[in-house]
Design a protein around this ligand. Structure first.
Ligand SMILES: Nc1nc2c(c(=O)[nH]1)N[C@H]1C(S)=C(S)[C@@H](COP(=O)(O)O)O[C@H]1N2
Ligand SMILES: [Mo]
Length: 534
């Protein structure tokens, strides 16, 4: 059996080696012509945009914030499988294996040019990958003995009985490659794969080097705020081990977006265009933005995909210019009711214009916790809007504000099954004790966070097992635009316990216990944890 399969196995290896060579040279080309046009990233990006909402939710549920790595690995596995098939096909019916690999390259090139952030050379990396792989598979497979069936088919008329053709093919396939040619074949295939891997490594090194934007960011000094935030009250931080800190460090801040390759924008090239239903179109440049009186303000950002008890939420001190003042320069028309913010990579968010123009701190942010925005959080500029989920407000790498109407334009997620409006829902979470933990009987503490940005939290209640709801101690909130910590001392007896929490808003609303999933406009229900007390 092992002998029998030897030659097709070598053909399969030739296909895989050709694909690795092609993909590697493609990545290298991408690093030179346009980082966002990496064939993998382009195909992955297209899959993300095309995927039905349930698939995206599943990806987030299974892989969390590693969803993008999982997708890239998945694409790699599929491409290698196709390449293996192409190697065997090339061996049996040349040049069809070569044609298949070329076609995969063409498909990748088509996908790359249709991406919203495509440049003029975006087709090149996939084209280089496809052409290289097609030629390589031809040359490598030619070093192998042809299958007998191929000779038989070309030499013999139709009358040839299929059984005996198969028998001949099997005989030829079992014929081992003579030692010298076998060594040559392995050397060339191995060499092709090694060159491919080195090219990919070189490409990613170049990309890191070309991240000159990182250098620019690191050298940047943010201006001092014209309107500094009030000091964070000492009583805002309960300092309980296991409880989310009231200000989330940048390194721990959740990241959610559709960008496979983080956009690299040099602030010198950045522009924000405000247009649409306005009396005066406005274009803002980076140096102009730095000259404006900036406001500092803490706002809690939350993802609509955050499940009850989930971690897709964080609180930061943002520095930026009020969107209200920006829009005032453009003078929106009276019948406009929405601002569609767009990012450089084609994402868009629809925010009600009144939320951007009332007195809340809706910011065009450039600073996060005292630093320029990290690249993954939108460098050089993004929107931060208290009271709306991120998908309808928090556009990162923002380049455009189109003043329009909800009945005229749709945002990225609205076209994919999510609500066009996404006000934050009243929610609370238990951080300690952790779910499923075993804790010692005696004195302990229950603690968590609660939020309803721009409304504020008046109280949190905790229920243990089937007991009465008990008021928790609320920490001092930084503001109504941030979450607030809470805690409750608990003297536990051993056994299994269920702990629940619910928040009460500043307007007296009690958090609903009705369970609703994240689609279409955010989850509801009470967070509960089960703990074992020993
Ligand atoms: N350009 C861009 N901005 C985006 C997104 C995106 O996919 N692309 N996702 C939004 C969503 S759904 C959320 S929840 C927030 C998350 O911001 P963060 O990654 O800084 O936490 O960014 C928003 N801004
Ligand atoms: Mo989100």
């Amino acid at each position: 059996m092992a002998r029998l399969a030897r030659t097709p196995l070598l053909a399969a290896a030739a296909g895989a080696a050709a694909a690795v060579l092609g993909a590697g040279l493609g990545e290298l080309t991408a690093a030179v012509v346009a980082p966002a046009s990496s064939p993998f990233a382009a195909i992955g990006g297209a899959l993300i945009d095309a995927a039905p909402t349930w698939a995206k939710d599943l990806a987030i549920a299974w892989f969390g914030t590693a969803d993008k790595i999982a997708l890239l690995i998945g694409i790699g596995v599929v491409l290698v499988a196709v390449a293996i098939g192409a190697g065997v096909l090339e061996w049996r019916r040349a040049p069809w294996g070569s044609v298949v690999l070329g076609a995969v390259g063409v498909a990748g090139a088509v996908v790359a040019v249709t991406r919203t952030d495509a440049g003029t050379l975006s087709w090149a990396p996939a084209a280089v990958a496809g052409v290289t792989a097609a030629i390589a598979v031809r040359l490598l497979v030619r070093m192998l003995p042809r299958p007998a069936s191929a000779h038989a088919e070309s030499a013999r008329p139709e009358s040839k009985r299929p059984e005996s053709a198969d028998a001949k093919a099997i005989a030829a396939e079992s014929e081992p490659l003579p030692g010298a040619s076998r060594r040559a074949f392995l050397a060339w295939s191995g060499g092709a794969a090694v060159v491919g891997v080195l090219a990919a490594i070189g490409g990613s090194a170049m990309r890191a080097g070309s991240a000159a934007v990182t250098v620019v960011r690191d050298a940047l000094r943010l201006p001092a705020p014209a309107v500094p935030a009030p000091a964070v009250p000492a009583a805002a931080e309960l300092g309980i081990s296991g409880l989310a800190p009231v200000i989330t460090p940048n390194a721990d801040f959740y990241r959610i977006d559709t960008a496979l390759v983080i956009p690299q924008i040099d602030p010198a090239d950045w522009r924000l265009r405000i247009h649409g239903m306005v009396e005066q179109e406005v274009v803002l440049r980076w140096d102009e933005l730095l000259e404006l009186p900036l406001v500092e303000s803490a706002t809690t950002l939350c993802c609509v995909s955050n499940e009850v008890g989930g971690g897709l939420i964080g609180n930061a001190m943002w520095l930026g210019y009020p969107v209200r003042d920006l829009l005032a320069r453009a003078r929106p028309l009276a019948d406009a009711d929405m601002v569609l913010s767009r990012s450089i990579d084609g994402f868009s968010a629809s925010s009600p214009i009144e939320v951007l123009t009332d007195d809340r701190n809706s910011l065009l942010a450039i600073g996060m916790n005292g630093e320029p925005l990290p690249a993954r959080h939108g460098f050089p500029a993004r929107l931060v809007v208290p009271g709306l989920y991120g998908y309808v407000s928090a556009t990162k790498w923002v380049t455009e504000l189109e003043v329009t109407r909800f009945d005229r334009a749709n945002a990225y997620w609205t076209d994919r099954g999510w609500s066009e409006r996404g006000p934050i829902k009243l929610q609370s979470r238990i951080d300690v004790p952790r779910r499923g933990r075993t804790i010692d009987a005696g004195d302990t503490v229950i603690a968590g966070v609660a939020w309803q940005q721009h409304t504020g939290i008046a109280g949190v209640e905790v229920q243990i097992d089937e007991g009465a709801w008990m008021p928790a101690d609320l920490a001092t909130a930084i503001s109504d635009d941030t979450w607030v910590q809470w805690s409750l001392p608990w003297t536990t007896a051993s056994g299994e316990h269920r702990v629940r929490c619910r928040a009460i808003s500043a307007t007296g609303e009690v958090q609903t216990g009705d369970r609703q999933g994240v689609i279409p406009d955010g989850a509801t229900g009470w967070h509960e944890v089960r703990v074992t007390v020993s």
